[in-house]
Design a protein around this ligand. Sequence first.
Ligand SMILES: *Cc1c(COP(=O)(O)O)cnc(C)c1O
Length: 364
Amino acid sequence: MTNTVPARSGIMNISPYVGGESKLQGQDRITKLASNEGPFGPSPKAIQAMVDAAGTMHRYPDGGASQLREAIAKRFGLDASRIVCGAGSDEIISLLCSAYAGPGDEVLYSEHGFLMYPISAHAAGATPVKAIETDLTTDVDALLDAVTDKTRMVFIANPNNPTGTYLARAELVRLRAGLPEDVLLVIDAAYAEFVNRNDYSAGVEFVDAGQNTVMTRTFSKLFALGGLRVGWGYFPSEIADVLNRVRGPFNVSSVGQAAAIASLNDLDFQEKSRAHNLEWVEKTEAGLHALGIATTASTANFVLARFDDAKTADACDSYLRCQGIIVRQMRGYGLPDCLRITIGTADEMEAFLSAMKTFLGNRA
Ligand SMILES: *Cc1c(COP(=O)(O)O)cnc(C)c1O
C-alpha cells in the first residue's frame, strides 16, 4: 500500500470553484451568459496591445507593474504606491487570506457572498463564517452580530455577486465603525464600474481613512479581460507592503499589464459597455417581471432571476440549454430557486427573453 501525503488541515474542506460552462453537447452555436464576461470581447486597443507585446515574451514582466499601477492611479485618482496588482482579484483575495488569517481564525462573509471567500479562507487554514442576508442583500447588523474574538477579516462584495445588490456608503460607514479596529475589512468592488447610484462608494475613502480597510478591483468585468487574469487592490501602505512580500515576483504577465493599460485608456469602449449594460439590465429585469419572474435590482452586469421553486429554476435552465443558452445555476450559492443571467449582446438578450417567454408559455 502506498501512503498518501496529507494536505494541511482545512484544505480538504474546500469545494473546488466551478466556473460557468461554455459548451453543450450537440450544439455548436452557444450563447454563454454564465460568467459575467463582457458582451463585446476585449477593447480593440487591448487586442492590439497584446499583439504588440507578443514579440517580447522571452522577457520577464516588470515585477512591480509600475506603468500599470501609474495608469490605474491616474484614472481613479489614487496613490500608485498603495496599489498592488494580481493575477485577477482572486489572487489578491487569496493573498489577503493567507497573510491575515490562519488556523483558529474566522473569516466572515455574507450568506450569498462570492465563493472565493470561503475557498481562500479554508486554503489559509482559517474558518469561513457566514452571516445571514436580508432580501438577498448584505446585512450589516447580521455581520456585526457574527463577529467574535476570532474574527480576523470580513469580506463584502459591493455590489455582490451573485445577488447584484449593493450597500450604500452610509451602510459601509456603519459596518466599519461597528467592527473592531483590528479586523480587516475587504471591500470587493469587482463590479464598481457598472454602478450608477449616487449613494455608492467603491471604497477608496474607506481605505484612505485608516489602516484596516482594503478595496479590490478587476479587469475581468467592465474591461472584459477575464482570460488574461489581471486584478488590483488599493491598500493602506503597511498592507501593500505585506502583499508585496507574499506575492509572486512576476504575478502579472507582461501581456496582461500591456492590455490592461490599453483598456484603461479606451474610454469609448468603457462608456459603450457601461451604457449597453445599464440598458439591458433594465430591459432584462423588466422583461422577466412582465413574465411574472422576480429579480433583485441589479447594479452589476448580470440579473438574478428568482423562480417559485428550485424545480422550476432547474426546468428553466434545462430548457435554455436545449436552446443553446447557458446561464448560471445558483445551488452553490444557496439559491437553488434562482438563475443568474449575464448581460450579453442585444441579440443574445432578445434570444434569452424570447426563450423565457416560450418556456413560461409552455408551462401555463
Ligand atoms: C468576478 C469577480 C471577482 C474577480 O475576478 P478576477 O477575474 O479574479 O479579477 C472578484 N469578486 C467578485 C465578487 C467577482 O464576481
